[in-house]
Design a protein around this ligand. Structure first.
Ligand SMILES: N[C@H](CCC[C@H](N)C(=O)O)C(=O)O
Length: 278
């Protein structure tokens, strides 16, 4: 057991609309320390802390703050909109600023806080070429025998978005893993089912690559907004009802802006026994 004087690796548990994160601060420590084995151990909801994504903040100074993402199965994620919003809030609280730039595999992402305490991040322009999503070839997904004629959208990570009549009725536990692992997606994919509530309002349920069913997915919300707009279902700005709350995705000239709530849950320290699993 850790006593009060013993040091351990500190973390903060946060969530954005129920999409939950362990945030590890490795600033000023000579680089990131996370390994796939440790990420997986911390991600275990029974033997570890449990999370949808782990976000490790590192770097700082002139090169800037950097953010890496891990899924609970120990795989890496190139983008995570909700964790970016949460960590941006954490940094803004610390600095007193109301804007911050975080460098991710997706690029340098700009985040701002509004007067209701919600945090927005510019997730960049969607990647729509098959090589960039990526898909395994130049295939027209609408011609495939996949239910609901999906659209593939890259947001720094792959998404397969199925517009369906009723997202509520979808068997997520069967269809999610089926499409996640379809050979059409060489890096696997996140899977979203969306249905139209109004031209500025969608319902979305999500199966995340490397994690499973989650209560919300920020990059998925961006991909859903892009897919729905391209299908002619919605305008460029949509409110998206997810299992854990509401997100807003707004496809602007400078990229897809994702807005939503952030919440702090607890702080903790990982024991040496957990760290030994690294
Ligand atoms: N929850 C995240 C996305 C995680 C994506 C991850 N599951 C992947 O492998 O791409 C979000 O808010 O954008």
């Amino acid at each position: 057991m850790l006593d009060r004087n013993e040091s351990g690796l500190r973390f903060v548990k946060m969530h954005g609309a129920g999409n939950d994160f362990v945030v590890i601060d490795s600033r000023g420590k000579g680089g990131p320390m996370m390994t796939a084995a440790l990420a997986q151990a911390i991600g275990d909801r029974h033997r570890g802390v449990g999370y949808d994504q782990l976000a490790e903040l590192h770097g700082g100074g002139t090169p800037g703050l950097k953010l890496d993402f891990w899924n609970s199965d120990g795989s890496r994620a190139g983008a995570c909109g909700n964790a970016t919003r949460c960590v941006a809030d954490l940094v803004m609280v610390e600095t007193g600023a109301d804007a911050v730039v975080l460098k991710t595999a997706r690029g340098a992402l700009q985040a701002v806080r509004d007067d209701q305490g919600r945090v927005s991040v510019n997730m960049g322009q969607p990647l729509l070429d098959w090589q960039q999503v990526p898909l395994s070839g130049d295939v027209d997904l609408t011609a495939l025998p996949l239910d609901g004629a999906p659209l593939a959208v890259g947001m720094g990570n792959p998404h397969c978005v199925f517009p369906v009549a009723d997202a509520e009725a979808v068997d997520l536990l069967t269809l999610g893993p089926r499409y996640e692992n379809d050979p059409l997606f060489p890096e696997k994919t996140n899977v979203e089912f969306i249905s139209l509530i109004a031209p500025d309002h969608l319902r979305m349920r999500v199966w995340e690559r490397g994690t499973g069913v989650t209560l919300a997915c920020g990059s998925g919300a961006c991909a859903a907004a892009v897919a729905a707009h391209r299908r002619g279902l919605t305008g460029r700005r949509v409110v998206i009802d997810v299992d854990g709350g509401q997100l807003v995705a707004d496809w602007r000239e400078d990229g897809v802006w994702l807005t939503g709530p952030v919440a702090y849950v607890f702080e903790g320290r990982l024991t040496p026994a957990m760290m030994a699993l690294a």
